[in-house]
Design a protein around this ligand. Structure first.
Ligand code: CP
Ligand code: NVA
Length: 309
């Protein structure tokens, strides 16, 4: 085992602006290789363990296909059928799993769980979503914005909806990548001051009216009203969030060429109208596909560092 310092990707601000410039460029190169059927196996014989404590379609598939396309192999582990589901301490699991594989992705509940896992891991750990953060998704979203509109620096992103893992990640991204963020969340579902002090975020504005938040935005984005792990609040949330549906009127307040993003899965008629998510400004399918390309770049970076080919 080398003494090289291991880097983890547990939240968006684990990487610097320079790191992002590199990873986004690698994602572009790896996407091009993929589209031209070029065989590229820099992670030959490397193994990725994927630990899921919550459901997933995109994250599982993009990591599993991604490591395979880079020449490696994935092992899917769910709490439903591992000892983690029977109370094995997370620290013990990290010690054992990280002695057998080269890199680990975890989707779990509290951010403290992934931190404790990483502290006991011999190999890089990637956050595949926690209650607090979803960095791989925002990485894909920033890349998708870049593909459609160029650099996100100086642009305006509007967030309409819950103060959830996606929003906290967008806030970190705005700080690192220097774009403006206008957000609107319903009463009772505001940002947790324990997680973020909005006054410390440059170019951040909060609005009671979701329509106002969309004013002049280059990108309007939202997410489910009820995230995984909060299902017991579903009915109360449906009532509280009724006006936080991104519809054509809201998009009309944004720039005429504004993009619409949603990390998916979506609920048409709740957080977004069918007209918007299935309309011409929506780039949700590109966003989903780009999970594959950015995560390949991320795994390559965490395992091999910076390359120049
Ligand atoms: N957006 C996203 O993370 O999707 P999954 O829950 O399907 O992985
Ligand atoms: N905020 C959502 C994202 C799902 C990909 C959740 O945590 O369930």
């Amino acid at each position: 085992m080398s003494a090289k310092k291991i880097r983890h990707y547990l939240q968006f601000n684990d990487f610097s602006r320079d790191d992002y410039e590199y990873v986004l460029e690698r994602a572009r190169i790896l996407k091009r290789k993929f589209k031209s059927y070029e065989t590229y196996h820099p992670l030959h014989d490397r193994t990725l363990a994927m630990i899921f404590e919550k459901n997933s379609t995109r994250t599982r598939l993009s990591f599993e296909a991604g490591i395979f396309q880079l020449g490696g192999h994935a092992v899917f582990m769910s709490t439903r059928d591992t000892q983690l589901g029977r109370g094995e301490p997370i620290e013990d699991a990290a010690q054992v799993i990280s002695r057998m594989v080269d890199i680990i992705m975890i989707r779990t509940f509290g951010q403290d769980i992934i931190r404790r896992f990483a502290e006991n891991s011999r190999v890089p750990v990637i956050n595949g979503l926690t209650n607090e953060y979803h960095p791989c998704q925002v990485l894909a979203d920033v890349f998708t914005f870049y593909e459609h509109r160029g650099p996100i620096e100086g642009k305006t992103v509007a967030w309409v909806g819950d103060a959830n893992n996606m929003l906290y990640t967008w806030i970190e991204a705005a700080q690192i990548l220097n774009f403006k963020l206008r957000i609107s969340t319903p009463a009772g579902y505001k940002l947790d001051p324990a997680l973020v002090a909005p006054e410390s975020v440059p170019f951040f504005q909060e609005f009671d009216d979701p329509n106002e938040a969309c004013e002049g935005a280059d990108l309007v984005t939202t997410d489910v009203w009820t995230s995984m792990g909060f299902e017991a609040e579903n009915e109360a949330r449906k009532a509280a969030f009724a006006d936080w549906c991104v519809d054509a009127d809201m998009m009309g307040r944004a720039q005429s060429d504004a993009l619409f993003m949603h990390c998916l899965p979506a609920h048409r008629g709740e957080e977004v109208s069918a007209e918007v998510i299935d309309g011409p400004q929506s780039v949700v399918w590109d966003e989903a596909e780009n999970r594959l390309h950015v995560q390949k770049a991320l795994m390559e970076f965490l395992l091999l560092g910076k390359l120049n080919h």
